[in-house]
Design a protein around this ligand. Sequence first.
Ligand code: NAP
Length: 550
Amino acid sequence: MSTAVPDRAESPATVVDALIIGAGFSGMYQLHCLRDRLGMSARVLEQGDGVGGTWYWNRYPGARCDSESHSYCLTFDKDLYESWEWSERYPEQPEILRYMNHVADRFDLRRDIRFGTRVTAARWDARADRWTVETADAEGGAGERFAATWLITAVGCLSSANVPKLPGLESFAGDWYHTGQWPHDGVDFSGKRVGQIGTGSTGIQAVPVIAETAGHLTVFQRTANYSIPARNAPLTPEFKRYIRENRPAIRELMQSTPNGHAFAIADRSAHDMTPDEREAVYAAAWEKGGLQFRATFRDLLVDKAANDTAADFLKRKIRETVKDPETARLLSDIDHPFATKRPPIDSHYFEAFNRPNVSLVDVRSDPIERITPTGLTLRSGAEHALDVIVFATGFDAMTGPLLNIGITGRDGLTLKEAWREGPKTYLGLGVAGFPNLFTVTGPGSPSVLCNMPVAIEQHVEWITDCIAAMREKGVSRIEPAAEAAEGWVAHVNAAADATLLPMAGHSWYLGANIPGKPRVFMPYAGGMAHYRRICDDVAAKGYEGFVKSA
Ligand code: NAP
């Protein structure tokens, strides 16, 4: 039960035990845990008009998951886990959104979710030992005010769209869209001159689909990217039966692998084989498709010479696929080791460049200078006439969604100030100076290096157990000790430095895609299974590294 009580400010605040920001996988499961397991009053505040998080916003052409469907789901509830049947190997956005709505219905979550509600500020009130939270409604006007003992951010890692600040955008006479804020009723590209900026996971999914209807599609590429065929297809009756008969084992496997996927990383070095044997392994993985390619050898992400063998194979495949030699050269001129940026998987991306209505423009050597009323101009003066611009330009990842909230902790410390030199968390779950705040998939957690639902279930369950333990012990405030957070940041850096991941110097993992953002490797690269053990150990030791007060 929530109550409306007069607060220190003019309007009364709705008081609940816990506030959760965001209604994606994290927010929905967190609500279920706190409300239905612990019996707490809780609200989810969600900017969109529906549940789904990433899958609510990312409706761009070709949007689909790159975790295999049987592993891209919540597994905590036996009936939920066993009752949903996916149609394809890699489900499309509408199917995933249907699944998210199914979760909301099944656990009757909507009654405690405030849709169309954007959090504009969250402040720790030390006198009352609780958070006060302000919101804006869908029209941007002042919304409902809330107060809660616990504040849990479930805002996702990739939800703050990055539209590059190109001069002249406001003068563009055509339409432009960011893939992460796609119109719900779609975009008609028929016969239009479309320019797409960006060739990350999103851009690589969008190109072949936009090309099907566009008059002409010009792809502006700054950094060439590896991509592995998804080999997406409807699930066969045999595979569906395999899933039905092996769910507990599949779940166990997902929870024991470093990346949360339902496949193990082969325990062999790329150096253990002759070139011909290795070629056969890569060829088989290429034919099978998907992220398993990365799991062919255990040393691809830690040994540059091993990585080169995979990189050479993949670059060769691009040159074999793309017919125009100059386009093939540009697409395969990749400047970072394989999988040091998130490796995309695709459905006929490189093949799309063989179509007469698709062309590639290299904006590394000749960057976009400005947007004009009729298209865009490059530094060389070359002009491209466009009717539509698609920004597949990514996100202010991991920290962006949290810093946008306007969080102020103890003694007036803002999160922006606390993270001026880069994010500092303990376990990716809490921040020193911010009592009773938990950050699901926060910076310093495995999150984006893991199959997300697996990471999310672990975080939400750990947070739930922690809150239950604090309530039982009568602890009213808990926050990470500053030294514990410093130690965790050092551990996150060491884990990244033990891999080749930092070699992709311009990746969003490092914050390098956003001008002025501190360059800090944000996700935890030590592996999900190892991370789980660390978190369990912290809990078993009475939440070691946290400061608690009654
Ligand atoms: P991204 O990986 O950050 O890619 C953004 C692209 O835009 C890059 O090619 C980047 O070039 C380019 N770009 C940015 N600013 C530019 C500018 N001013 N001029 C020219 N090019 C510019 O973003 P994303 O593709 O949206 O993917 C983000 C993450 O979302 C992925 O890594 C993945 O984790 C997730 N995702 C997952 C799926 C899935 O599960 N299927 C699908 C899509 C996305 P540079 O590389 O040179 O910066």
